[in-house]
Write a protein that binds this ligand. Structure first.
Ligand code: ATP
Length: 319
């Protein structure tokens, strides 16, 4: 009988609970013992572990956040920190670990595997910034949250004939801005992957105004720049009535969508199957609706392609 440890690490994402549930339930189904590690690698180093049973994960499939809590841990980045972590894992008789998080957390899992401790990663991050998988857990829920907010902003933007900038999460990856902008009918989408010119945005506002359209939604990914600064510049150049909405942490919360629950469940079960099969240093993901797995270091060296086709389509549709 194997003993599996599980933790959530980095930024939290809706659907992490559904993944924890899938790992715990499938592991128990296959006859394993499971320890939940609180607060990610930090809780591991601080020996904050608790044994989980079937009811530990009851009534959580619909809940946002993570019942195991999450954190960032500088000490784990050091060799000593990781040695400490392995010692604690061994003390509890844990044979292998499931890490739910983003690329940083996967780097941590790779380094544990390098020390001879088997670890498997499940992609839980709202940004969808991992190249090896089509989707990460939490992305769909966050998209829906943003689109809901855009629709509400659109109502007031239209009533007052205003321009609204909606700043969304995404430091290096514009997927949230792109797909929320597309689904929310935004007139302009600004993402880190594509250079933008403020003159072009202003020209677009003036052209659409001439043909009678007096309101406009601009979706901005946070990694591009400060929404207030960009807004100020647009106002100085065009004199439009403009408001800025920074969605912030509301994007991280909420009940996961069906799509995120299904993805989390499928990935959680596959992660356990891989560990039972004696595999290590791998991540699970989804490609063309099929669950896949690959080596962590290979997954992390892949470069994410920006979906230029959808970006161009958004421009055509917002003409
Ligand atoms: P998100 O995509 O939501 O930011 P993430 O998993 O990328 O999630 P990070 O803060 O980058 O979040 O990483 C989470 C934790 O993983 C870090 O606090 C650290 O403990 C560990 N970690 C990150 N990078 C490394 C690394 N290179 N070596 C060892 N551990 C790491």
């Amino acid at each position: 009988m194997k003993t599996i440890g599980i933790l959530t690490s980095g930024g939290d994402a809706p659907g992490m609970n559904a993944a924890i549930r899938a790992v715990v339930r499938s592991a128990i189904y296959y006859g394993c013992k499971v320890y939940g590690i609180n607060r990610g690698y930090k809780g591991l180093i601080e020996s904050d572990l608790v044994e989980m049973n079937l009811s530990s994960v009851g009534d959580i499939i619909h809940r946002g956040g993570t019942i195991l809590k999450s954190s960032r841990c500088e000490e784990f980045r050091t060799e000593e920190g990781r040695q400490k972590a392995v010692k604690i894992l061994k003390k509890y008789g844990i044979d292998c670990l499931v890490v739910i998080g983003g690329d940083g957390s996967f780097n941590g899992a790779q380094k544990l595997s390098d020390l001879g401790f088997p670890a498997i990663g499940i992609p839980g991050t709202i940004d969808n910034d991992l190249a090896y998988t089509d989707y990460t857990i939490g992305f769909d829920t966050t998209l829906n949250t943003i689109v809901d907010a855009i629709s509400k902003i659109r109502d007031t933007s239209s009533s007052h004939e205003r321009v609204n900038i909606v700043e969304v999460m995404g430091r290096h990856c514009g997927d949230l801005a792109l797909y929320a902008g597309l689904a929310g009918g935004a007139e302009t989408i600004i993402v880190p992957e594509i250079d933008y010119k403020i003159e072009d945005i202003c020209l677009r506002l003036e052209t659409t105004k001439k043909r009678g359209k007096r309101h406009s939604i601009i979706v901005l990914a946070e990694g591009v720049g400060n929404a207030s600064d960009i807004g100020k510049e647009i106002v100085e150049r065009t004199g439009v009535d403009l408001r800025v909405t920074v969605l912030g942490h509301v994007q991280r919360g909420g009940s996961p969508t069906v799509s995120d629950r299904l993805l989390a469940s499928r990935l959680g079960v596959r992660a356990v199957e891989l560990l039972l099969d004696g595999q290590s240093a791998r991540v699970v993901g989804i490609r063309d609706d099929k669950i896949i797995d690959m080596e962590i270091h290979e997954a992390l060296t892949m470069k994410k392609d920006f979906d230029k086709q959808s970006y161009q389509m958004a421009q055509i549709l917002s003409i």
